[in-house]
Design a binder for this molecule. Structure first.
Ligand code: NDP
Length: 327
């Protein structure tokens, strides 16, 4: 048996319950993990509220963690009891002390990266990798608009984009977050609670607009983001922190300059094992070399997952967040 967070109905943070559940032995192709740190991500909120519905309730929650292998099922090659591993693409159910998981979903953690770092960065870091290297391949000299630049994905993306030679304009919800975003590599910050971000982007780019917008805020920023783009610019809408984006007419993309629009998920870029491993390697490389520093600014006991969700939704967190199992 183990302790895990589950929810029996969709709703607010209070539906998250700390329960005793069965773990069992790993089946063919599976491993059993003793988890040491668990990542908190905004997608967990979408799962909990039902914006992204589950096949069955009650459900576990969470897609990311690090830990030590304590049992290996039949047919598992290249992984052994005692290995330190991490994952960031599920399957759902990472908010747990112990769990079973397909061996194909985990990656060995390099020595120079801690469990806490790995648990906090896999999902947000691999997301950053695919967004800035593959969805749109950012080039030196590009100008980029990055929303929620002091958050989990935002803090990693600010550093990585800066390293690639882009001019990074980051939006944030407070002055304190503006300072964080600048310290992470944003050349310009805009407080989108107090300033009109479209006008500011126009000013900062001499009226030209940006090459690409990375928009995870969704409903509140989507239309404004389109107005920040250059002719034939790329709009990457990849999250719904303020709510999902309503439908639009394709003609709008024509009227706003022959724009490209995409709505990707990490799953589309890590669906094969080789893509998953390549993305993780690329992330480990920028973290190990110091190009990207992972800031774990909040830590909660696993039993207080509902408090972690409250703070994330109330925009109180910055950088990455982990939850620690009790053991
Ligand atoms: P963050 O740490 O970035 O937290 C979300 C941030 O969004 C908040 O801190 C807040 O920053 C901003 N925000 C703006 N409006 C709201 C609102 N109404 N309610 C709450 N927050 C708001 O979270 P993550 O790094 O975990 O994820 C960032 C985004 O990226 C999420 O939307 C997530 O779903 C998305 N994502 C998408 C993936 C994909 O593959 N499609 C994969 C991973 C993440 P501020 O106060 O500065 O505005």
């Amino acid at each position: 048996m183990t302790k895990a967070i589950r929810f029996h109905e969709y709703g607010g943070p209070e539906v998250l319950k700390y329960e005793t559940v069965e773990v069992g032995q790993p089946g063919p192709g599976e491993i059993r993990l003793k988890q040491t740190a668990i990542g908190l991500n905004f997608i967990d909120v979408y799962h909990r509220t039902g914006l992204y519905p589950q096949a069955n309730l009650p459900s576990g929650i969470g897609l990311e963690a690090a830990g030590v292998i304590e049992a290996v099922g039949a047919g598992v090659k290249d992984l052994h009891v005692g290995d330190r591993v991490a994952y960031g693409t599920g399957p759902i159910g990472s908010y747990a002390e112990h769990r079973l998981i397909p061996a194909s979903k985990v990656i060995l953690i390099p020595e120079r990266i801690s469990d806490n770092q790995a648990a906090s960065m896999m999902l947000q870091g691999m997301t950053t990798e695919y967004l800035i290297r593959r969805t749109y391949c950012v080039q030196p000299g590009d100008t980029v608009l990055l929303h929620a630049a002091a958050g989990g994905v935002g803090s990693i993306a600010s550093q990585w984009l800066n390293h690639l030679g882009a001019t990074v304009i980051g939006t944030v919800g407070s002055e304190e977050k503006a300072e964080i975003a600048r310290s992470k590599g944003c050349h310009h910050t805009i407080n989108y609670k107090t300033e009109n971000f479209v006008e500011r982007v126009k000013e900062l780019t001499d009226g030209k607009g940006v090459n690409v917008v990375y928009d995870s805020v969704g409903k509140d920023t989507f239309m404004g983001s389109l107005d920040c783009l250059k002719v034939r610019g790329t709009m990457v809408t990849f999250g719904n922190a303020s709510g999902p984006v309503p439908p639009i007419e394709p003609l709008l993309l024509n009227q706003k300059g022959g724009l490209y629009l995409t709505r990707p998920s990490l799953a589309h870029y890590t669906g094969t094992h080789s893509d998953l491993v390549a993305s993780a390697k690329s992330l480990f490389s920028v973290v190990s070399s110091g190009v990207v520093k992972i800031d774990i600014n909040q830590s909660y006991p696993l039993s207080e997952a509902s408090k972690a969700h409250q703070d994330l939704e109330a925009r109180k967190t910055t950088g990455s967040t982990i939850m620690i199992p009790h053991h």
